[in-house]
Design a protein around this ligand. Structure first.
Ligand SMILES: NC(=O)c1ccc[n+]([C@@H]2O[C@H](COP(=O)([O-])OP(=O)(O)OC[C@H]3O[C@@H](n4cnc5c(N)ncnc54)[C@H](OP(=O)(O)O)[C@@H]3O)[C@@H](O)[C@H]2O)c1
Length: 472
């Protein structure tokens, strides 16, 4: 029985691995081909045509406006905030010389959608339609006001369908044009609190895929753009605490729009910017329903935990020093790797017990629980007494050998200053230990600092993912 379960798990992981590999391979190949074969529609030229963008007053929509104006398209910008649209229009006119019209409308209301549709039908030609307007809310469906849920459905679905219907006859008659419907990765990952959002974005994906089949060979392209977390005003407007997600999860609007345009050139009907998100969407089709339920339950549990930030607006309950970005970690590791010969020499120069006292001293300041455990064990093996280890982990160096005290005090100061000691402290160290041993001591301090900060960063991720329950 156990063997069958293992076999089954093995197959599932193998299947997922192949899925991710295939998605990544297809993604790179498609981009490579797309970048080499941009059709005329997407190449900058004197008068590229006309593009209408909904939700152009900020975020992804404003970035589409920027890209298409740079490519020579005259624009019609739609959203509710007239002043934001006018400011963007003025800036684009001045910088790019294209014509920009502002058309304020609330796409949650049929009369406003009707006005925009009528404007499309009155144009001699529309080359690009970007159905981007949208917003999110985190609320449980059963407890929400039904009119609010329907308003979202009108903005996301009804408006997109109606505007697409208004745009297609002209595009088909001219044998060219493109429609982008901005959906979301949430179309593939339903989550509690987002029932209507998920449903409306999934509807856009289904609509676009069917339309893509209907439009084969007509010269008109359609795309469902499915971004993951993107830095815009979206999350703040929706009051979503997801703004606390780690930096690596976020896309920029430039990444999203450039990806969409490249995929449009390759006639890809589903566009998912970011390799990680593309893999997630790729494997979502093979997930058994029970896995979605598990993800949903975990997410629901996290939503219900009051984040540690509730009072201060930030996860400020985690106070240990940590890395702020993946770039910092890789930069430090690269620097250590490049100086590995120096490091080996430094480690040989320092007596193992002295080295462990330095490690424990820095660890005490930075408070990394993983390094404290590992170096307590190494210190025991290196001949330190249990009491001395406990004293060092409480910040007490008095019982240490007298000739090491200057270095240990320096280690404390070095860690407290985040690796930027004062010139006076360094001069004392140099005077006491000379050039070579000072360099070796500093190398040891730097190495343990990397260990401490990496451990703390791991804890910080736990802390954030658990809404403040673990990792502290
Ligand atoms: N940011 C993300 O992480 C993310 C991820 C996946 C999908 N998306 C999708 O991307 C699209 C653009 O969002 P964004 O991230 O760029 O957020 P954003 O900066 O908040 O922009 C949303 C745009 O939609 C407009 N809008 C909202 N409600 C409207 C209404 N009733 N009528 C007309 N316009 C309306 C807003 O303009 P006004 O307020 O001036 O009306 C604004 O221009 C949305 O469809 C969203 O669902 C975003």
């Amino acid at each position: 029985m156990k063997e069958r379960i293992n076999n089954h798990n093995g197959k599932l992981w193998w299947g997922l691995g192949v899925g991710v590999g295939v998605v990544a391979g297809a993604h790179f190949l498609r981009r490579w081909v797309a970048e080499r074969r941009l059709p005329p529609l997407f190449k900058a030229r004197a008068s590229a045509g006309v593009a209408l963008i909904t939700g152009a007053s900020s975020g992804i929509g404003a970035t589409y406006a920027e890209y298409l104006a740079q490519a020579g398209y005259d624009l019609i910008l739609v959203a509710r905030r007239r002043e934001r649209l006018e400011a963007l229009a003025e800036s684009l006119r001045t910088r790019t010389g294209v014509m920009v019209e502002v058309l304020p409308a609330d796409l949650g209301f049929p009369e406003d959608v009707g006005r925009v549709a009528a404007r499309i039908e009155s144009l001699p030609a529309l080359d690009f339609l970007i159905n981007n307007a949208g917003y999110g809310r985190s609320r449980e469906f059963a407890a929400s006001a039904v009119n609010e849920e329907l308003h979202m459905a009108h903005v996301h679905v009804d408006a997109s369908l109606r505007l697409t219907r208004a745009a297609l006859p002209g595009m088909l008659a001219r044998g060219r044009g493109a429609v982008v419907n901005v959906a979301s990765v949430m179309a593939f990952y339903p989550l509690p609190g987002g029932a209507t959002y998920t449903a409306t974005k999934a509807a856009l994906v289904g609509f676009t895929r069917a339309l893509h089949q209907e439009l084969q060979g007509t010269g008109v392209r359609v795309q469902a753009l499915c971004p993951g977390l993107t830095r815009t005003e979206f999350h703040q407007a929706a009051n979503l605490s997801i703004t606390q997600a780690p930096g690596i999860a976020w896309l920029s609007t430039d990444q999203v729009v450039a990806h969409s345009l490249r995929d449009l050139a390759a006639d890809a009907v589903i566009s998912v910017p970011g390799l990680g998100y593309a893999a997630l969407v790729g494997v979502s089709g093979v997930f058994p329903p029970v896995l979605f339920d598990g993800i949903g339950t975990a997410y629901q549990a996290l939503r219900r935990v009051k984040p540690a930030s509730a009072a201060g607006g930030a996860f400020d309950g985690f106070s240990r020093r940590r890395y702020e970005s993946l770039g910092q970690v890789t930069g430090e590791l690269r620097a250590i790797f490049q100086r590995r010969a120096e490091l080996r020499k430094a480690m040989r120069l320092l007596d193992p017990a002295f080295r462990e006292r330095l490690m424990l001293t820095v660890t005490q300041v930075n408070g990394c629980r993983y390094c404290a455990q590992a170096h307590a064990r190494m210190a025991l093996e290196g001949g330190l007494a249990q009491e001395e280890i406990e004293a060092l982990l409480s910040g007490v160096t008095a019982a240490c050998p007298a000739d090491e005290l200057t270095a240990l005090l320096y280690a404390q100061h070095w860690a407290e200053s985040g690796g930027a000691p004062s010139a006076a402290a360094r001069a004392t160290l140099l005077e006491c230990y000379g050039e070579e041993r000072t360099a070796a001591i500093e190398m040891a301090l730097r190495m343990i600092q990397v260990g401490n900060l990496s451990g703390n960063t791991f804890d910080y991720l736990l802390y954030r993912l658990s809404g403040g329950r673990w990792g502290k």
